[in-house]
Design a protein. Structure first.
Length: 290
């Protein structure tokens, strides 16, 4: 059985954009799509007086999504599912057999004096498959694939996925490694240490090693290496991908604690998604499928 692309919907414009992106990808890769709508258990229990109304409204949203999907991509097999529980939990369960999970990007709206829970971050943190986070920005005029590296095993997998994505679409690949210079007080106390220069040279080696072998595997792929100094990695990636068709990042890097599912760089990027962004998973390579 072919693993489907699962897309989370909630009736918002952002989820509609995510559905459109998922359908385009599914059509290209000949994959089915499952649209999932999650409703909190509290509103679906028979003890709640209006649970039938809530269920009917959710099913209406799913029907609209299915109708829209069939109109946009008649060649794609589309299924809709109503699941109970939080969006993160429901989509994590759906992701276990998915080629990819697709959701809309972070929403900065406020409600009752506090920020809305960022479902995109929840989903990326919990997902068992690669996740694509789609911003509400037009795709027209965008080109190129950008990937962030830091020498970690996670980032090397991200490079593998990004290279396959770029080669498949005839795009150019830009590999970005960003680092901060040592704190100024360190450089002041150790003026002749050459620490900053040493770090830069080491990261040049990491950058080169990150793309080693790609030219043999993809002889027609244009590969650009970019070393960005004195800036945060997330900021460098967001800036590099402003006009890109796709950004690929690992869920964690070499600086993340092993117990953390989502590293600080991935977290920061997802709060400022510049273009469709795929967050890869180390234990589940899916770029050949989706």
């Amino acid at each position: 059985m072919t693993n489907p692309i699962v897309v989370g919907i909630n009736g918002s414009t952002r989820s509609e954009t995510a559905l459109t992106w998922a359908l385009q990808r599914a059509s290209q890769h000949k994959l089915p799509v499952i649209a999932v709508y999650a409703v909190d258990d509290r509103w679906m229990t028979p003890d709640f007086q209006y649970h039938d109304v809530v269920r009917a409204a959710a099913m209406e949203q799913l029907q609209k999504a299915q109708d829209s999907a069939r109109a946009q991509a008649p060649d794609v097999d589309i299924e809709v599912q109503l699941r109970h529980g939080s969006a993160g939990a429901a989509l994590r369960e759906a992701s276990m057999e998915a080629a990819m999970l697709v959701v809309g990007a972070h929403d900065r709206h406020w409600l009752d004096g506090g920020p809305l829970t960022d479902r995109a971050l929840q989903v990326v943190s919990a997902s068992d498959s690669p996740v694509a986070v789609i911003p509400p920005t037009p795709d027209t005029g965008r080109h190129g694939v950008v990937v962030g590296v830091d020498g970690s095993e996670e980032s090397l997998q991200a490079v593998s996925v990004a290279a396959a994505e770029a080669d498949r679409a005839g795009d150019e690949l830009t590999v970005v490694l960003a680092l901060r210079s040592p704190a100024r007080w360190v450089e002041t106390r150790l003026p002749t240490s050459g620490m900053a220069e040493t770090i830069v040279e080491e990261d040049k080696v990491v950058l080169a090693e990150s793309v080693a072998g790609l030219r043999d595997k993809y002889p027609d792929l244009a590969i650009h290496q970019r070393l960005v100094t004195d800036t945060e990695p997330a900021k460098a990636l967001v800036e590099a991908a402003r006009e890109a068709r796709l950004l690929v990042i690992g869920s964690r890097g070499r600086g993340a604690f092993s117990r953390l599912v989502l590293g600080s760089t991935a977290h920061a990027v997802l709060l400022n998604v510049p273009c469709p962004t795929i967050v890869t998973r180390l234990h589940k390579v899916q770029h050949d499928k989706a």
